[in-house]
Design a protein around this ligand. Structure first.
Ligand code: PGA
Length: 256
């Protein structure tokens, strides 16, 4: 059985004061039965990580600390970058890699994404590898082709046992921050395609790898998305900024 993982991607929102307040309100809204049913991670800006680590550890909050990206090198002349080593030192457990905003706004290539995936694994953190098609790619019927290429390139030289404990997030670019989410059936179809591709590449990993859906997830659409056989979690942007709404999503099984 794959335990669902619900992740909040705060993007460039919440300074460290707001981050502390948000995590405390989230922790207040969640109970031990929520954490038993679902793993939760929060992906904050770099400037918030130390403050969040302190609150999470001192108050023993079972929320996993996450980062939104990382460089692949351990150290060096890379102005503005942060290394996997630095994140691991803060007890970061999950790192988003290859988010569509990184790919499209900051020009990250599949090759960069692959280097990051491997660097994150090397520091014993879990990458959340994001894949997804643009609206033009979907309209021209190329969704699976694009997603499969991103997967194959992103997972190059990663061992089957490492893929098995990774997370893959299917995030159609046209659904991110637009209010237009994929229907649960469409999302399921692509997530199933991702699992089949993983089985193709790494026979043994496909039953264990967790696949998230992301793109305009809210409390109202979370239960139907989570009912799909190949959706093992959600990557939530806008709706994760509000601890009340994010906790509703985490409690999706009670909303049904
Ligand atoms: P959204 O973002 O939920 O605001 O659409 C999702 C994401 O970018 O991970």
């Amino acid at each position: 059985m794959r335990k669902p993982l619900i992740s909040g991607n705060w993007k460039m929102h919440h300074n460290h004061f707001e981050a502390i307040q948000t995590i405390q309100r989230l922790a207040y809204a969640l109970s031990s039965s929520d954490y038993e049913s679902v793993d939760v991670s929060v992906h904050a800006p770099f400037t918030d990580l130390r403050s969040l680590q302190t609150v999470i550890e001192v108050d023993q909050i079972p929320i996993n600390l996450g980062a939104q990206h990382s460089h692949w090198e351990e150290k060096g002349a890379f102005t503005g970058e942060v290394s996997p080593e630095m994140l691991a030192k803060l007890n970061v457990s999950f790192v988003i890699v290859g988010h569509s905003e990184r790919r499209h706004i900051f020009g990250e290539s599949d090759e960069d994404v692959n280097k990051k995936v491997r660097a994150v694994i090397a520091k014993e953190m879990t990458p959340i590898l994001c894949v997804g098609e643009t609206s033009e790619e979907r309209e021209s019927g190329r969704t699976l082709e694009i997603v499969e290429r991103q997967l194959k390139e992103g997972l190059k030289e990663v061992k089957a046992s490492e893929v098995a404990s990774m997370v893959i997030a299917y995030e159609p670019v046209w659904a991110i921050g637009t209010g237009k989410n994929a229907t649960p059936e469409d999302a399921q179809e692509v997530c199933k395609g991702i699992r089949i591709k993983v089985a193709d590449l790494y026979k043994t990993a496909s039953d264990d790898v967790r696949i998230q859906y992301g793109g305009s997830v809210k409390g109202v659409n979370a239960p139907d998305l989570m009912k799909q056989a190949d959706i093992d979690g959600l990557l939530v942007g806008g709706a994760s900024l509000d601890p009340d709404e994010f906790s509703r999503i985490i409690k999706y099984r009670l909303l049904d």
